[in-house]
Design a protein around this ligand. Sequence first.
Ligand SMILES: NC(=O)C1=CN([C@@H]2O[C@H](COP(=O)(O)OP(=O)(O)OC[C@H]3O[C@@H](n4cnc5c(N)ncnc54)[C@H](OP(=O)(O)O)[C@@H]3O)[C@@H](O)[C@H]2O)C=CC1
Ligand SMILES: C[C@H](O)[C@@H]1OC(=O)[C@H](O)[C@@H]1O
Length: 254
Amino acid sequence: MKLLEGKTVLVTGGSTGIGRAAAIGAARHGADVAINYASSDNKARSCVAEIEALGQRAIAVKGDVADPATSGEFIARGVEAFGRVDVLVSNAGICPFHAFLDMPVETVDRTFRVNLHGAYYMVQAAARQMVEQGEGGVIVAVSSISALVGGEFQTHYTPTKAGVHSLMQSAAIALGKHGIRCNSVLPGTILTEINKDDLADDAKRAYMESRTPLGRLGQPEDLVGPIVFLASDMAEYVTGAALLVDGGMFVNLQ
Ligand SMILES: NC(=O)C1=CN([C@@H]2O[C@H](COP(=O)(O)OP(=O)(O)OC[C@H]3O[C@@H](n4cnc5c(N)ncnc54)[C@H](OP(=O)(O)O)[C@@H]3O)[C@@H](O)[C@H]2O)C=CC1
Ligand SMILES: C[C@H](O)[C@@H]1OC(=O)[C@H](O)[C@@H]1O
């Protein structure tokens, strides 16, 4: 069953990892897709090609989500290409691992601007378009298990993921009257570019696997079902919710 037939889905950070899987997954469910990305031109092009091979339309729009102007441009390009925006998946993010006591100011600033400010501007721009269209819409933000737990080398990152989770809760209230649903997914440890170096440490990787009741770390494709579900009418009474997609890692304390 195709859950997003005829919908237009916009995905930030769609060139690699979770965003790419979400973009291709949405296309498999019948959506036309616009992806935003920062720098990976070839990967963005190949994502578009993969979606087109599925028989759906796709565009890639380059832009830094930390720049407030990028959000308006991305939404406008999506509307220009497909006529409307039904779903935004706010996913773009970075996690430059670093110790707390000597954390550079620039690293804190950049991480907040990309992960939290970027999500804020994108969600706001998409919501403005959805309100103008007058037919509701859906926003799914990629937060993290890190919204709920800390990380020694992620003191600049975990607050941004808690912020994204909180943004979805407040946006759900602000936008409910417009028929716009806002939810977040909270991935656990998913094998992507963002943590390739961190998990190159075999001991750390084995430890993270051992903390996961389902016995393996996640793949980007593990997020597709939850994101498509939340974006679809199957979740029409779900808003302000957060869905852990972590193989059970969060509850595995003892
Ligand atoms: N992997 C994991 O374990 C987890 C990841 N997450 C979250 O998932 C999201 C996606 O991460 P993941 O797929 O793992 O990582 P990847 O590094 O594979 O993908 C990140 C994506 O975001 C894009 N991006 C990065 N910075 C910007 C920017 N300034 N403007 C626009 N796009 C940008 C990248 O584009 P480009 O390739 O062009 O740089 C890429 O498309 C992030 O928000 C992350 O916090 C949450 C929980 C766990
Ligand atoms: C990048 C990390 O491996 C990953 O990001 C998250 O949000 C998870 O909590 C993991 O720490």
